[in-house]
Ligand binder design. Structure first.
Ligand SMILES: [Zn+2]
Length: 310
């Protein structure tokens, strides 16, 4: 059973990807589609269709799903900023039934990406891996010997929602003010730039980063944003002592200024003993979520079966 491939499905805000992943983490078949904009049921139907597509004709050991929201025991328990009806969705039961397997598992999408990177991306071979997802939002996950740290309520790793003095009174996507995400996410860095008096027509973090060398407000936004995130990472390095810190998401391609500030701030904030911990870009690209979801269900093989069917 454990030699069989597993299916990984990564349900994102703009696209849904599915892959048939072998026991060594290779994606042997993959497909994807745009995420439907007409509600939860359409999203689930598309994800099921893609899962069937990659699994067609193959014996599989199970299906893993990575999706937004807080997920506990396969059920979405909280999804305040996502689509209506997402909270309460029993992902495990839905996909197990639809795909005809009695082995399914679901995990938060940031956690899935981290598990994928730790397994066969930039963290391959390391036992303690900290993965920072710096995209539109800001999240993190600690992966210990291949397993994600989920916490007592499934919320572990919400790095974006810790207080940071540099974010002061800035509004956060969660409704609070003063959180790190409000300054260090893709959205946050643009918000900071506007607050500094930058061009109000600029709304894309990539455009902002591209003009950091010529637009003083953009340069300042990049420095402030990367320094705040780097300081937070330095604190996490001190607490967790990871072998490696991996940065994934759109901001990981933000260029030298962002990376230099981030690494300098992290080293300054961390204990000297761990200040040289490597901080590196992610290695798997768009496959990370699919591979991580496929890995996560593999970890449950033999120990967990679908509720009500065991
Ligand atoms: Zn927040």
């Amino acid at each position: 059973m454990n030699d069989l491939p597993t299916i990984g499905i990564d349900i994102g805000g703009s696209k849904i990807a599915a892959g048939l992943v072998d026991r060594d983490g290779r994606v042997v078949r993959r497909t994807q589609a745009a995420t439907p904009s007409d509600g939860r049921d359409a999203i689930l139907a598309t994800a099921v269709r893609l899962g069937r597509e990659v699994g067609a004709g193959s014996a599989v050991a199970g299906v893993g799903i990575g999706a937004g929201g807080v997920i506990v025991d396969g059920v979405v328990t909280s999804a305040t900023t996502l689509l209506p009806g997402w909270a309460g969705t029993d992902l495990v039961r839905h996909f197990a039934t639809a795909l005809g397997t009695d082995t399914a598992a679901a995990i938060n999408d940031v956690h899935a990406h981290g598990v994928g990177e730790a397994w066969c991306g930039a963290g391959a071979g390391a036992s303690t891996v900290l993965v920072i997802a710096a995209g539109t939002g800001l999240g993190a996950v600690v992966v210990l010997d291949g397993k994600p740290l989920l916490g007592a309520h499934g919320t572990a790793g919400h790095l974006g929602h810790v207080n940071d003095p540099a974010a002061a009174d800035l509004p956060c996507s969660c409704g609070a003010v003063g959180h790190l995400e409000a300054i260090s996410s893709g959205y946050g860095i643009v918000q900071l730039y506007h607050r500094l008096g930058g061009d109000p027509r600029l709304t894309d973090a990539r455009d902002l980063v591209a003009r950091a060398a010529t637009d003083p407000d953009a340069g300042q936004a990049v420095r402030t944003s990367a320094t705040a995130l780097g300081s937070a990472i330095g604190g996490l390095i001190t607490i967790i002592d990871p072998d490696v810190v991996i940065i994934s998401g759109g901001l990981s391609s933000a260029g030298h200024l962002w990376w230099d500030q981030l690494r300098t701030a992290a080293a300054a904030a961390a204990l000297p003993l761990v200040a040289r911990t490597p901080i590196v870009p992610a290695g798997l690209g768009a496959d990370a979520g699919v591979i991580g979801a496929a890995r996560f269900v593999r970890q449950t093989l033999g120990s967990v079966s679908v509720k009500g069917q065991s």
